[in-house]
Ligand binder design. Structure first.
Ligand code: E4P
Length: 217
């Protein structure tokens, strides 16, 4: 499963990128607002750090305006993915931009039918939002599972990008289901390597190594 970082925080991206685990980045207008930076400037900086797909979201609402904005965003770097909302205008823009060879991430997906439409429109990625469904007591993981089934039924190549990930358990569950990609905030990714038994085991090994006089480094 590919790991994308869901943030526009340059320092957090650079730090995580050093682990070699970052396959891409996703941003949205709320994350850009949080960064306090200009969208073009910060997106360019992200693309300079990460060579994988970097999603930049349009703010236009009509298909024509989304296409224009998407073309501008795509000029930032070769690894830009134009992020479009799952509306009929977004789907129209998705078809046009995908036909031009641009990568497109269709976002704000909350149903299987929406995911089906995005695949038919040629989306590179579909972003179902797990956490926001969980927030209203709907099982977000069930949606990922259903989209997997539908895409596999028809051989769609659109990648399932599990988004709105809130916990480390979401990550494991998405991997079990077969999501192609997950995007999570840096705090969630940082927690993935932790386990209390790893910490306790390491402490014992270090203590015993010292007692045995083992010095390798
Ligand atoms: C994905 O591309 C979105 O940016 C993100 O995952 C939304 O997450 P949230 O529901 O925590 O805002």
């Amino acid at each position: 499963m590919k790991f994308f970082v869901d943030t526009a925080d340059i320092d957090a991206i650079a730090k995580l990128n050093e682990t070699g685990m970052v396959d891409g980045v996703t941003t949205n207008p709320s994350l850009i607002k949080k960064s306090g930076r200009d969208i073009l400037e910060v997106t360019k900086e992200i693309c300079d750090i990460v060579s994988g797909p970097v999603s930049a979201e349009v703010v236009a609402l009509t298909a024509d305006d989304m296409i224009k904005e998407g073309r501008e965003l795509a000029k930032i770097a070769d690894n830009i993915v134009v992020k479009l909302p799952l509306t009929w205008d977004g789907l129209k823009a998705c078809k046009v931009l995908s036909d031009e060879g641009k990568m497109v991430n269709v976002t704000l997906c909350f149903s299987v039918n929406q995911a089906l439409l995005a695949a038919k429109a040629g989306a590179t990625f579909i972003s179902p939002f797990i956490g926001r469904l969980d927030d209203i007591n709907i099982d977000g993981l069930e949606l990922i599972e259903d989209i997997r089934t539908v895409y596999d039924n028809y051989g769609y190549e659109t990648e399932i990008l599990a988004a709105s990930i809130r916990t480390v358990n979401h990550v494991a569950d998405c991997a079990r289901i077969g999501a192609d990609v997950m995007t999570a905030p840096p705090e969630v990714i940082e927690k993935l390597a932790g386990h209390p038994l790893t910490a306790a085991g390491l402490a014992t090994f270090m203590k015993d190594a010292e007692a045995a006089g083992i010095k390798i480094v």
